[in-house]
Ligand binder design. Sequence first.
Ligand code: MTE
Length: 320
Amino acid sequence: MFVKRQRGWELPEHAATSEAAFLNRRQLLAAAGGGLLLGAGGLRAKAEEAVDPTADLYPAKRNELYTIERPVTPEAINSTYNNFYEFGSHKRIYQRAQALNIRPWEVRIDGEVENPFTIEFDDLIRKVSVEERLYRHRCVEAWSMTVPWSGFPLKDLVALAKPLSKAKYLRMETFHNPDVATGQKQSWYPWPYVEGVTIEEATNDLAFLVTGAYGKPLHKQFGAPLRLALPWKYGFKSIKSIVRFSFTEERPVSFWEQIQKNEYGFWANVNPEVSHPRWSQARETVLESGEKIPTQLFNGYGEYVAHLYDGLEDKEPLYM
Ligand code: MTE
């Protein structure tokens, strides 16, 4: 089943620019309002934060290995401009996302592992060490931001899972609950959202499972309680609100790949020289300033990840 629809981040470059202009106005409003523009949904989220069973873990100690040369995107801007198609195919889903119930939250680990198991998120997070990292985030739509994520390396989850040697890929899946996430009633999308990486990518130091941001447990619109951050890849690889990690022999087919594989491939590594079929990836609009800056190969993280792709250049479409 396959219906091609224009999605928010499939805009041509000129349309992406007007989003940036919109954001500049938002920034002014946020500054004038002196805080988050979250309304009633945000107030509810704030009340939940107060009782979040993991609140004691934040703010986490910053790991200075992962720093950025750009200012951090203000929380008020970042938390009101999100891609989370489960709650709508536009950027202003932050209030709708507050409907997501994130407790209890079970995480299933299965596939090619010694022993499949299910674990409560609140138990999982106590088995790892939470730290803060400053990461750049580059959306395929050609906007970018910088975020203080908190969480733990994905490789620590891989270690807990004990994959068998035949496991070559890690497939991740978002929750599926159309009653709450009304975007999932849009039957032309292949719900639930799925993403995948190779085991080598999953165990790279940069691959980070995010549990918090801006020194607090994760806002729901960011993909609470557990999302991925793969800063060298386009943002759609960074799957939100994960409920399942499956270790597989076969390469998983991701959500957008199922919809439009000639535009959103499995690898999706950032490369300014490889255009999206419908717009250039050479530059990116910085979310908070509207400034257009050059995009960097692997989003500037080549020293950590370029080696993962040695010998694959001619065999695989690494940059789409
Ligand atoms: N994960 C799920 N489950 N659903 C989504 O729609 N959107 C992706 C990614 N992860 C998405 C998702 C895209 S396109 C981007 S750019 C980032 O989340 C956006 O993350 P942010 O809202 O925290 O900026």
